[in-house]
Design a protein around this ligand. Sequence first.
Ligand SMILES: [Fe+2]
Length: 254
Amino acid sequence: MATITIGIISDIHANLPALQAVLKKMGKTDYLICAGDIVGYNGEPLQAIDILKKRMTYAVAGNHDYTVSRPDQNAFSRELLDYNEFAAKALVRHRLILKRPENKKYFDFLQSLKPVNLFKIKNKTFLLVHGTPNDPLFEYFFVFENNVTTHDALTLEQWLKTGYNNSGPVDVLIMGHTHIPFVFKSEHGIVLNPGSVGQPRDGDPRASFAILKINNGEIEVSIQRVEYDIDRACEGINKLNLPKFLCSRLYKGK
Ligand SMILES: [Fe+2]
């Protein structure tokens, strides 16, 4: 049986040079899965949405995608209070762009993304969320220095056994949101976070993504990194008049 190759990305955050570098390094895959946060923080939201709209096979909304595309302006303003000032500034800017009549298709696309996606590839059940199965949009699941502790492992095992809202066991649980990659394997399945394409926070400034292969029923995952043109990402940030900090953090991977 031929090997199935699946590219997994998350937290692109409108960083076009990073997205382009990841897709180039990834090459052709059978599927492309996105764990959310296409927009926010960086300078090229429309371009990032445009590429992913065409390429993604399975996706979910991230908290930034969800907030920026709230139908109601008051709900948007209220929700902004939950974000730090840098994130909030970028969301305001991105919403202004997305609200222009000519960009309606991008706004609608973000709004169409659901917080949970449960699907099968080659008889393997996948559960895709941005946060966690408890709170698919907003909850963070951090691992300590890329290592899963025994305590974490219990939580992850539980999610593999119960799925989302007791949907049943899953073979692969994909989460994003923390911008820190990890892979956890157990007899029940695999949990992974591919890290962040557009704003890595594990101290490594290279864009992060995952490749998952299914071969004869066996699943194999690797986290991969790729350098990209951070100067160009910063030009995008400056063009939108976003805070300088959003640029400097990219060089540090923090
Ligand atoms: Fe994010």
